[in-house]
Design a protein around this ligand. Sequence first.
Ligand SMILES: [Zn+2]
Ligand SMILES: [Zn+2]
Length: 275
Amino acid sequence: MPEFDLHSHSTASDGTLAPRELVAQAAAAGISRLALSDHDTTQGLPEAAAAAAEHGLELIPAVEVSTQWRGHSVHVVGVHIDPDHEGLAAALRALRDTRTQRAERIAEALERGGFPNALEATRKLAGDGMITRTHFAQHIVQSGRAKTVKAVFERFLTPGKPGYVATCWPELADAVDWINRSGGQAILAHPQRYKLSATARRELAAHFKEAGGTGIEVVAGTGHAPDIKTNAELARRFGLLASAGSDFHSNEHCWLKLGRLPALPPDLIPIWARW
Ligand SMILES: [Zn+2]
Ligand SMILES: [Zn+2]
């Protein structure tokens, strides 16, 4: 029985392991099929694919696209995408431009809030990868002004806080379309993480399905049993295939470790059943 993990991050976005380190660690943890799904970039895929060949692991080319739905930021994971598909590649380039502009505006806001040279320091932390809010948070933790990345998000980077800037992400339905056109399948990421009422969450899942979405992360991020139950109900109700992903970012992160995913409820059809 192959072990799947369809959601993970590397240093190409805001993960702490290089793609080859991530793949080596996944292989050691018993994962046989891994999707590298960095935020709005596929730049880590070639290195991950080379490492996967060495370790006898199947690398699934993927990306996690930042979108919006009714003003909420919603993530869509595209698996089995073609990273060279021109439509998708152009959309991701535009998204990375949006992220660069956002980083500059966050840095300005933080400088006004008493963090000098925030952009330079954060750029160093991001290395060759894109600058994300996680990197700003790491910088603030290192400066001693907060204890954890989570605390930084709460105090500085969320709406109403000094380092928050509103960002205009593409519409959810557009992202689903880019993924589908590139030959991939779209998965609604970590549905439990959006601050939505139960009704709005169902409307989101319905909209996602209608837009051409294929799957939903039933086991996602924390792997908490009540989340799995709620996500499984959405999968059943809207005829979405079930996916499982750790959303692994680093070994320090308190979420799921690689290769420790709880099983999907047995009545659901896993997205990989049709691969
Ligand atoms: Zn996400
Ligand atoms: Zn993610």
